[in-house]
Design a protein around this ligand. Structure first.
Ligand SMILES: [Zn+2]
Length: 411
């Protein structure tokens, strides 16, 4: 006879089975549910070592899983960057200057200062600060501010000077420096222009920053009732998650979608999905098909309502995507690809359809991250290919509503 390690009884257990059955008791063995039923049905699993919890009518639900986020990286960002969001109390450009001045006072001269989550729609001035306003914070540190929607940054004069960028510097391919009518740089930086100022990209967290950042954000996830998160990870977050697990401090189950840039390295080692355990495991490879709906860069088949003739931005070409995904698929990797617009989603589905024909796999579990703009035809194909859409949650805040509203049409 199999005895349970844990029994919950006298509860309202929501099973979400086909008939939405609600039962009173659950038996758990080795961390897995082995039976559900009435109190008497479950009683037979009681052994000498079984822990019994009387729920006195309380409700039990299946664990809630967050199917996509950039959690651990956000955790370390919080330790590395100064928060310029409204939630952090920033209501004006003067507020931005105040908190970054504090940061500058504690930062070695010449070192970078980063602010993030700046939102011009939440500032009293209803505009981003200029290069000169950032110079009032410090002319001895390069300063870089990133904005909520992404794809746009603002820098001070030092940041431009250290890269040798002047008013005479042409815009790079795929990027733009904002200029005023005299041709002077005003501080705004679009897309690829960031790499001119910082070819090394965003700063990498130290091992401690990655560890403590991951710890605090995953604890926060657990505290609101989540039991598992799917996280986009690269080296620093993978290491942080393993450090947490080895220290017995992982507060929540983590499924890692590894950036597809690391495919060759993983492949060399023979590492793919399944490695790990119930607490920490590799899931899929994260690929990007298009931009963000908030920045109106999701690749769509009909133009945006507020931007006629604009169809968003592809982050790849169909050929490039097909090549990379084939390389991953033939080696049995799962794909978790970011695709927002119907055009991007269609290209993704076509590629998976081909790959499934060539390398058929049962229960493939390829995911469409965001999957925002769809139609009946795409839904049919998603079903046919057994893809898993990972959609945005309901719109919650005024920021999100303002981001989405120009996309909404009456029909
Ligand atoms: Zn993502």
């Amino acid at each position: 006879m199999l005895f349970a390690d844990l029994i919950l009884k006298n509860g309202k257990v929501i099973t979400i089975d086909k008939n939405e059955t609600i039962v009173k008791a659950v038996a758990v063995k080795f961390g897995k549910i082995v039976a559900v039923g009435s109190n008497t049905e479950i009683e037979r699993f009681v052994g000498e070592q079984t822990e019994i919890i009387d729920l006195s009518g309380k409700t039990v639900i299946p664990g809630i899983i967050d199917s996509h986020g950039h959690f651990m990286r956000e955790g370390s960002n919080r330790l590395m960057y100064t928060d310029l969001s409204e939630e952090a109390g920033i209501k004006s450009i003067a507020d931005i200057q105040r908190v970054l001045k504090e940061k500058a006072a504690n930062t070695l001269i010449g070192e970078w200062i980063f602010g993030y989550q700046e939102d011009d729609s939440k500032l009293a001035e209803k505009r981003h600060p200029t290069r000169w306003e950032l110079d009032e914070i410090s002319i001895e540190h390069p300063i870089m501010i990133t904005t909520v929607g992404g794809h746009f940054e603002i820098a001070n004069s030092y940041a431009f000077e250290q890269a040798g960028v002047t008013k005479n510097t042409p815009d790079p391919v795929g990027g733009k420096f904002d200029r005023n009518d005299k041709g002077e740089l005003t501080g705004g930086i679009h897309e690829e222009a960031y790499a001119v100022l910082r070819p090394e990209g965003y700063p990498e967290p130290t091992r401690d920053q990655a560890y403590f950042g991951a710890k605090s954000i995953l604890e926060e996830e657990a505290s609101v009732g989540l039991t598992c998160v799917y996280d986009l990870v690269a080296r620093s977050s993978i290491r942080a998650a393993i450090d947490l697990k080895n220290a017995n401090k992982l507060p929540i189950r983590v499924r890692m979608d590894i950036t597809i840039d690391l495919l060759d390295e993983l492949n060399k080692l023979g590492i793919y999905r399944g490695i790990g355990d119930d607490w920490l495991r590799i899931c899929g490879l994260k690929f990007f098909f298009d931009g963000a709906i908030s920045a109106r860069t999701a690749a769509v088949t009909e133009p945006y309502l507020d931007k006629p003739d604009f169809y968003g931005v592809m982050a790849t070409t169909p050929e490039l995507a097909a090549n990379i995904l084939k390389k991953a698929y033939e080696k049995d990797y799962r794909i978790s690809a970011h695709a927002n617009g119907d055009k991007a989603i269609e290209i993704y589905l076509d590629i998976i359809e081909e790959l499934q024909k060539k390398y058929p796999r049962k229960d493939p579990r390829n995911r469409i991250i965001h999957c925002t703009v769809i139609n009946q035809e795409l839904v049919g194909k998603i079903k046919e290919l057994e893809m898993l859409p990972t959609i945005f949650g309901p719109i919650r805040t005024t920021m999100e509503i303002s981001l989405f509203l120009p996309l909404v049409r009456n029909d």
